[in-house]
Design a protein around this ligand. Sequence first.
Ligand code: PLP
Length: 394
Amino acid sequence: MSINEASYAYGAAKSSIREIAAYGAARKAQVGAENVYDFSLGNPSIPAPEAVRASMERSLALPATQLHGYTPAAGLPSAREAVAKSLNRRFGTGYGPGDLYLTCGAAASLSISFHALCNPGDEVIVIAPYFPEYRVWIETARATCVEVMADAATFQIDTEAVAAAINERTKAVVINSPNNPVGSVYSAANLQALSDVLHAREEELGTSIYLVADEPYREITYGAEVPWVPSIYDRTIVCYSYSKSLSLPGERIGWVLVPDTNPDHDRLVLAVAGAGRKLGFVCAPAIFQRVIMDCVDEPSDVEAYARNRVALTEGLSKLGYEYIEPQGAFYLWVKALEPDAEAFFEKCKALDLLPVPSDSFGCPGWIRIGYCVSYETIVNSMDAWAKLKAQYEA
Ligand code: PLP
């Protein structure tokens, strides 16, 4: 049977995060949910705000043909206008509805962006450790995914390493702040240094390099300021999603922004629309377009994550674990107690602790603990973390 081998390979390949989550579910059925500490998935544990339900109820009162009808491919102008106005209020920008394309979440926003930018043979740089699906979406756009390690001590962007990885084939750099899996937030100084490096390399090579800012965790921070990337680097495209900020990952709603300040704005807006058309990513779910129109300024409730973050970091630090202080998102990046993170994970698993080993994110020697779980899961897991640490001290 002749089918697309690349698609087959992606389908047949195991996603280790999903596998761990599936193992966790099976193990819970075996030994009781309260005895398994599943930190694998990034599924928000905070309910969506009440305003989401109220908006949906208002939509349900619309005539059915209006409620369920097609919207324009890029989304309802009123919804895009609401998003643009919100961004303008927050970042002092001058965006309009024509700069936005509504999508089924950041997954679609990123796929669209890579298809809008890349030609076969182009390279896209990702900062490792990185969200593993980037590689799939980059390769699907017929580009090559090039990993550049973050600074080993701070997990900020190693701008010199980025400069060294850039060549005439480099089309884009993807950054994700607040970061999955590390929880770091890139500082304004770090982003400025990246911007300087990109401009310098553009000039040397006579090329254009785009920055794709993937920002589903923008609203989930613990006091850190998340700089607005298009104000720092002109050739930026922003990918956003309400999966995390409004706890709506199953509803599939987000957007791509081509800022009016991007020097290639007019052609890029059409390339984004064309990529959406090519991929069949048109007309995001209408009811959720209306939800974001109504809820665009709804604050994210990060209190429960903040409480979990304190319980987890204090608990692990008392036990002597090393980790990167998380400034945003809901992940803790913890140093494995042996160099092989997969081997360390097996020891975690034997104690029913289920983090994700760092190899899944293109980086050796760490684990990711997703703390978008109940507070009790964190507190009750501490005995197991203590037992694990003791195994390495015996
Ligand atoms: N980018 C990052 C860094 C993520 O962590 C995720 C989901 O976990 C996505 C993109 C995809 O998000 P969405 O659910 O909006 O497709």
